[in-house]
Write a protein that binds this ligand. Structure first.
Ligand code: NAD
Length: 339
């Protein structure tokens, strides 16, 4: 018997795995995979030497992929002419649109859990209702959780019969790399220079600044490291003295337990500050060091409360309440209960 020719549409989390799975089947041939953009998975396919031919979902998107040096073997229409069945693993809703092409070329398709049930003739599970899928044109797979627990329920059902099931799902919120779900278990980098470094130059035009920002999935505070090139040499002691004298800088010691963003958040709570708010940035004393004459150190930013004092200073300025800078900030500090 000739091998069944299979295409995978959507080379993402599921599609990559479907492609690898089909390629291992002795009685199937993976004709190729279809995607719409030079995603990381598509780039990795290229770096692996294109073990599968890549087709592009839309003709107008081919140049986006070829521009980064990845060869495209044709369009969705082209691959549909070569295959018997498509495993559609595109994002929910796209499969329904792709179905028009599958119908046009008279091809069968299997959709994944993100599509509506109506997309298919049969809502399918290999163990639980295999017979219902036989000969049908369009199947829709159960979702990942449903696929998994149906295996167990079906296993018991076939042995002893099952009357009732109560299901509690503790579900992962995102897959690795799912930036559209927010920052979950990932560190995401922005291009240099971060807007904060650019903003510093707007406020202090005499200082050159650049820097990199990495987003992290934490909510209590931010840690910034700085490398500052002074115009005149400065000692560690002098820097420490300056930081200590600044009413909006709190110098803390790792040795005392201030070893993290959260230690400062906790300390704000121990002080009984509303919501744990600290107005001061913290300089971690043991991080103060040198690279040549450049001074290096790390600070903690309580992002929810740090701008309050400077905003109140702004009221003083624009309302001309004080014309002397130090008088204004001191008043703000005093009213906010700072040193
Ligand atoms: P994904 O976002 O990781 O991958 C989808 C891929 O489809 C992307 O590479 C995207 O570029 C591509 N694509 C977009 N439009 C296309 C088009 N018109 N033609 C071809 N490719 C196109 O998505 P995923 O997580 O793999 O989910 C795919 C399906 O599988 C969804 O129905 C989802 O609900 C289901 N599913 C996902 C998981 C999971 O753990 N992620 C588990 C079970 C089922």
């Amino acid at each position: 018997m000739s091998k069944v020719k299979v295409a995978v549409a959507g080379y993402g989390v599921i599609g990559q795995r479907l492609a690898d799975g089909v390629a291992l089947q002795g009685d199937m041939e993976l004709v190729g995979v279809v995607d719409a953009a030079p995603t990381l998975a598509v780039r990795a396919l290229h770096e692996k030497g294109m073990p599968y031919r890549l087709f592009c979902a839309m003709p107008e998107k081919i140049s986006d992929i070829e521009r980064v040096g990845i060869p495209v073997s044709g369009t969705m229409d082209d691959i549909l002419k070569e295959v018997d069945i498509v495993l559609d693993a595109t994002p929910g809703g796209i499969g329904e649109k792709n179905k028009e092409a599958y119908i046009k070329y008279g091809k069968k398709a299997i959709f994944q859990g993100g599509e509506k049930n109506e997309v298919a003739d049969v809502f399918f599970h290999g163990y639980a209702n295999y017979e219902k899928g036989i000969g049908k044109n369009f199947l829709k797979l159960t979702s990942c959780n449903t696929t998994g627990f149906i295996r167990a329920v079906d296993c018991l059902d076939r042995a002893v019969g099952v009357e009732k099931v109560v299901v509690t799902i503790i579900r992962r919120v995102a897959d690795p790399g799912d930036t559209h779900r927010g920052l979950v278990d990932m560190l995401m980098v922005d291009p240099i220079p971060s807007h904060q470094a650019v903003d510093l130059m707007l406020i202090m035009p005499h200082v050159k600044a650049t820097g990199i920002l990495v987003h992290t999935p934490v909510t209590h505070g931010q840690i910034i490291t700085l490398v500052v090139t002074p115009k005149r040499e400065i000692t560690r002691e002098k820097a420490l003295e300056l930081f200590n004298e600044h009413p909006r800088i709190r110098v803390v010691r790792i040795a005392d337990g201030f070893n993290s963003n959260t230690s400062l958040f906790q300390y704000g709570r121990f002080l009984g500050k509303p919501r744990g708010d600290l107005y001061e940035i913290a300089v971690f004393e043991e991080t103060i060091g040198f690279s040549g004459q450049d001074i290096v150190f790390a600070i903690n930013i309580p992002q929810e409360s740090v701008t309050i004092p400077e905003t109140i200073d702004g009221v003083r300025a624009c309302m001309e309440m004080q014309t002397d800078r130090l008088e204004a900030v001191s008043l703000t500090n005093r009213y906010l209960g700072m040193r």
